[in-house]
Ligand binder design. Structure first.
Ligand code: ADP
Ligand code: MG
Length: 317
């Protein structure tokens, strides 16, 4: 799939043999510009594939009428072109259009569904506010509520958490996960946020450097090195323990070993690595963490003194 102009054809992704399953939250993960939006537009019939075809229930996409498709697929985009003069409630209720008459009259059960969707997405509080007066995150949740109201087997979301803060991001991923699992929907969302995709996706569609997509369990794609390859840059290295990238450490000041409870070790390590230390299992320089969890103490064999904060430790090491 890709783009065609009079002069040339530009393929963005190719060699795709992908299956989206009901009951799965599938995350389409790839760097900026790798083709996530193009794929979502191709799968939702907004643009045609350059080659090959897309099918729903073994029927090609082209054979569906607009109305039929609207009952199969809903799409949540991040663009800010939502009509700003509609209220939140009015925009969510537009999701019922494939089911209502041309006058758009809402039945009691339509209204109940709208209420339910707004409750799920935490948007009831701004039901009566105009879309143009909402924050990006609030508007994003309204768009998700609209998709829920459309009541389709498949929901596609293009970077649905792009404008959200961490608690909201976690909430949205959790909501989509529940929808997939409990309502047996096929949900595909695109994101470049690796941590969220790794922890929430039942299936990962990973855009690779070869401009195709590898599909698999997140954990399998971590362990077989595909994830590292897809996001690798000269200056970054993948940390197989935390499942994230970090700056490659070039020169380091000294090696240091940390002993103590796991959580305390983890945050001590983070501070030491930022200061240029390399944390290893055994080293001449040692830090022992003791004390109680709410009053930890750090002792180093450099001066045999005890410090009550990591900040104080760093000043003296
Ligand atoms: P992503 O969503 O992963 O950031 P996109 O699907 O938006 O990536 O873009 C993938 C590639 O397709 C990019 O190289 C982009 O420049 C190109 N592209 C996007 N839209 C068009 C278009 N309308 N015409 C031609 N090329 C496009
Ligand atoms: Mg995009």
């Amino acid at each position: 799939m890709g783009y065609k102009s009079k002069k040339e054809e530009k393929a963005v992704l190719s060699g795709l043999g992908l299956i989206l399953r009901k009951g799965d939250l599938t995350c389409l993960l790839g760097p900026n510009g790798s083709g996530k939006s193009t794929l979502i537009r191709t799968l939702t019939s907004i643009q045609k594939p350059l080659k090959g075809s897309v099918a729903i229930d073994n029927r090609p996409l082209e054979s569906y009428s607009q109305k039929e498709l609207a009952r199969k697929i809903s799409l949540v985009l991040t663009d800010r072109n939502a009509p700003g003069n509609l209220t939140g409630y009015a925009l969510v209720s537009l999701g019922r259009f494939p089911y209502t008459s041309w006058m758009g009259t809402l039945s009691q059960s339509d209204k109940e569904l709208i209420h339910y969707a707004m409750e799920c997405t935490g948007t009831l509080a701004f039901a009566n506010r105009h879309i143009g007066e909402l924050s990006d995150g609030e508007r994003q949740k309204i768009m998700i509520a609209r998709a829920l109201v459309q009541d389709t087997e498949m929901i596609f979301l293009d970077e649905p958490t792009a404008h959200l803060d961490l608690p909201n991001r976690i909430e949205i991923f959790h909501l989509l996960q529940e929808l997939a699992h409990n309502s047996d929907k096929a949900i595909l969302l695109s994101t470049h946020e690796m941590d969220m995709a790794l922890s929430s996706a039942d299936k990962l569609w990973l855009v690779t450097n070869e401009n195709t997509i590898q599909s698999g369990l997140p954990e399998d794609l971590v362990l077989n090195g595909q994830l590292e390859k897809a996001f690798s840059r000269e200056s970054l290295e993948f940390d197989y323990e935390t499942g994230g990238f970090r700056r490659k450490s070039g020169e380091f000041k000294a090696q240091v070993a940390i002993k103590g409870p796991e959580v305390l070790k983890r945050w001590t390590r983070s501070a030491l690595e930022r200061k240029g230390f390399k944390v290893v299992e055994e080293a001449y320089l040692r830090i022992d963490i003791s004390g109680s969890p709410d009053a930890p103490e750090w002792t180093t064999n450099k001066d045999n003194k005890t410090y009550k904060t990591i900040e104080a430790l760093l000043l003296n090491i």
